[in-house]
Design a binder for this molecule. Structure first.
Ligand SMILES: Cc1cc2nc3c(=O)[nH]c(=O)nc-3n(C[C@H](O)[C@H](O)[C@H](O)COP(=O)(O)OP(=O)(O)OC[C@H]3O[C@@H](n4cnc5c(N)ncnc54)[C@H](O)[C@@H]3O)c2cc1C
Length: 401
């Protein structure tokens, strides 16, 4: 047991950092997590944990609890933006894609709470209100100055510090992100305000010219999660917390179906952010220090895989660290197992908008007809296109590449 009794510092108590903390603590490591937030909370929004991510929850004995907290997705429906007519329905019940683990729709706060309480049960020390102001990676240890005037040094540091990772900056100089020409709004709507809501446990994607709207239910259907994406030239900052006037959202989708318009008409707290493409990190580790999740590979949200990749990373990293007494070899094996897969996912997520946003009406009509036909005559083949993604189970053993 290579990690048993070892002291490990994790920077960031997000989904990736907490999953890594649980996976390592279960193998006997002494884990400290440093988090800048004064309390463990998450923004009010939904998150999809797909079977490849929930496989890790299964291996961490969290699947039962996850199933209780989240809704299991029954189907994804692609719909036309105008009347909302269904174009393609993909049934996503359990045991699809050769992976028996569920496809779950979580409220983010519930997911983070589940992970944080599991980490604490396993003896993880989560230190809140610890804003790290820099990461210095030395030959055999990393130093983290903290804004409260203290400093932490560690022989093993895992940077799970998200999109603007200081740990990644300490390992390599990343190029600037590129604006995709897309912005996204997010909102949560209580479903009692939307009497036309009739899609239990179904995620819908309404596709229009240069725009799409994703909706899915949360917390037993009490809430509806809405993400609306629009192509535009003007630049909006990246980040989750920029409030916007709901009228802007309503105006942008005023020609969408009555269901979408009704949903947007009752959105009150609306956030807007710009979507940027970031390169996957070239280097994932240096001496004592390694990165995971968004710190290593931020992705666009169009395949719902950012958190799932972070969860997969966490498992693989813990497994490789436990397998080898040579930290460098363990980090290299982790990077090697993960890099091709995350590159493929990041590229596939970027490609999905092209399908959702077809601008030319005739091309869109044709593409929608082709999707509709494929869904009716060969639904298994359409679903099978995602086997590589959802069917992957990193917990199946170290030979999983
Ligand atoms: C609209 C939207 C929808 C999405 N939907 C999905 C989805 O359905 N499924 C999915 O898989 N993914 C989804 N994602 C992506 C997903 O949210 C991220 O990929 C995921 O949260 C990354 O997890 P992480 O742990 O790597 O980073 P983060 O969640 O960003 O966590 C990083 C943590 O580090 C802390 N931190 C950072 N810097 C410091 C510092 N200097 N000092 C101390 N603490 C620090 C932060 O406070 C934070 O808690 C979505 C993203 C967006 C924007």
């Amino acid at each position: 047991m290579a990690v048993k009794g070892k002291s490990i510092t994790i920077l960031g108590a997000g989904i990736g950092g907490l999953t890594a903390a649980i996976a390592l603590a279960r193998r006997g490591a002494r884990v400290t997590v440093l988090e800048q937030a004064p309390e463990i909370t998450e923004v009010g929004a939904g998150i999809q944990i797909t079977p490849n991510g929930s496989a890790v929850f299964g291996a961490l004995d969290l699947e039962k609890r996850a199933r209780r907290l989240a809704m299991s997705l029954e189907a994804v429906e692609l719909r036309d933006y105008r009347g909302g007519a269904p174009i393609l329905r993909l049934d996503m019940g359990d045991a699809r894609h050769g992976n028996p683990h569920p496809y779950l729709l979580f409220h983010r706060a519930d997911l983070i709470e589940m992970l944080a309480s599991s980490a604490k049960r396993h003896g993880v020390d989560i230190q809140l209100g610890k804003t790290v102001s820099g990461v210095a990676v030395g030959f055999d240890q990393a130093s983290l100055p903290i804004e409260d005037g203290t400093q932490r040094t560690g022989k093993i540091l895992i940077g799970a510090d998200g999109l603007r990772s200081l740990t990644r900056q300490a390992i390599e100089k990343a190029g600037p992100p590129a604006f995709t020409g897309q912005v996204a709004w997010r909102a949560l709507v209580p479903s009692r305000h939307v009497p036309v809501y009739d899609f239990p446990s179904v995620a819908t994607i309404h596709m229009g010219r240069g725009r799409h709207v994703v909706t899915y239910p949360l917390r037993g259907g009490a809430l509806i999660n809405v993400v609306a994406v629009e192509e535009r030239k003007s630049w909006v900052a990246e980040g989750w917390h920029h409030l916007d006037d709901p009228e802007n959202l309503r105006r942008a989708f005023s020609d969408f179906s009555p269901y979408i318009k009704r949903l947007l008409s009752v959105c009150e707290d609306v956030h807007l952010w710009g979507l940027f493409e970031h390169p996957v990190a070239q280097r994932w580790f240096q001496s004592s220090t390694v990165i995971l999740g968004d710190a290593a590979h931020p992705t666009l949200p169009f395949l719902a895989q950012g958190a799932n990749m972070a969860i997969e990373d966490a498992w693989v990293l813990a497994e490789e660290m436990d397998h080898s007494d040579d930290l460098g070899a363990a980090y290299a094996a982790y990077e090697n197992r993960r890099k091709n897969r995350v590159r493929r996912i990041v590229a596939a997520a970027a490609g999905n908008t092209r399908i959702y946003h077809l601008s030319s009406s005739p091309v869109r009509e044709l593409a929608h007809r082709a999707m509709n036909l494929a869904g009716r005559i060969a639904p298994e083949q359409v679903l099978g296109r995602y086997d590589w993604l959802y069917g992957h189970d990193v917990t199946a053993g170290r030979s999983t590449r």
